[in-house]
Design a protein around this ligand. Structure first.
Ligand code: ZN
Length: 285
């Protein structure tokens, strides 16, 4: 079984060829923001057609960096990359590359990737959070993503953690993403998150906010495990140690819910592995 996996992010996009469950080849390119959707589609068509000369793919899975209407298999909105709104991306893949395709948002895909192949194996329910340019979340029950009534379940990035706080890209104020994501950390402090997180004093303040968001997920879902992926999660124990301590402080002994927080195991490939799992499951789920 050969699967083509596509991960569309705000700053780069990646494609991978899986032979069974083995990642056989991958390619990442920076996103040309000026080029927009047409530019990216031309790149995907070129790479895909090139690989198809050597590999006969059976299907395709897509993780898209923005809200997706799963039932209609269309992009709902594109805040980080322009021109994708209401685009039936899987239908484009089918007509261009001749492959049956299924798409979900990248947080749900990352959640599924870590749940089936990574740090969330055997832990259900699983809550996955991507902590990167933005903040997204995904809920996995058994081996299926819980999407809610309108494909908007798990959107932890837009929980309010600071009422009346600064305005978020979604139009609301004080969102978790507005306070804790890489994009806003860099804008507010003038330095990238990976640099800020080397300072102990900064980490102490940061985990207080981060725990506010995660506490909501833990209280609401009582997950067996929380897995955190995305660029900021690469800070490792310097972040995860203080975060676990802060969560234990915020979630009082009244709750016996476990607080098991793990970094993602698949690194930059969580979404690609999730696209693989998604393609194997098909759009009926
Ligand atoms: Zn928001």
């Amino acid at each position: 079984m050969h699967t083509l996996a596509i991960d569309i992010g705000g700053t780069k996009f990646s494609m991978a060829a899986f032979e069974g469950e083995r990642l056989a080849r991958r390619e990442s390119r920076a996103t040309d923001r000026q080029g927009g959707r047409e530019w990216m589609l031309a790149q995907i068509a070129e790479i895909g057609a090139g690989w198809q000369r050597q590999t006969r793919f059976d299907r395709c899975g897509i993780g898209f960096g923005g809200p997706v209407d799963f039932e209609r298999q269309r992009v709902a909105l594109s805040t980080h990359v322009g021109g994708w709104q209401d685009f039936a991306f899987p239908a484009w893949v089918e007509s261009t590359l001749g492959l049956a395709a299924v798409m979900d948002n990248d947080a749900n895909a990352g959640a599924l990737g870590e749940a089936v192949y990574g740090a969330g194996r055997g832990a259900r329910p699983l809550f996955y959070m991507t902590l990167s340019t933005g903040i997204g979340g995904g809920i996995v029950l058994d081996d299926k993503v819980y999407r809610g009534a309108d494909s908007y379940a798990g959107e932890i990035g837009h929980l309010t953690i600071r009422p009346g706080g600064p305005e978020c890209l979604c139009g609301a104020r004080g969102c978790f993403e507005r306070v804790c994501s890489g994009l806003w950390l860099e804008r507010e402090h003038g330095r990238p998150a990976r640099e800020l997180l080397r300072e102990e004093a900064f980490v102490e303040r940061y985990v207080a906010d981060l725990a506010l968001g995660l506490k909501a997920a833990i209280m609401l879902l009582n997950p067996a495990r929380v897995v955190i992926g995305g660029g900021i999660s690469k800070a490792g124990e310097a972040l995860f140690g203080p975060l676990r301590r802060e969560l234990r402080r915020q979630i009082t002994a009244w709750s016996r819910a476990r607080i098991e927080i793990h970094p993602a195991a698949l690194g930059d490939d969580s979404v690609l592995y999730g696209a693989l799992a998604l393609a194997r499951q098909g759009p009926g789920l």
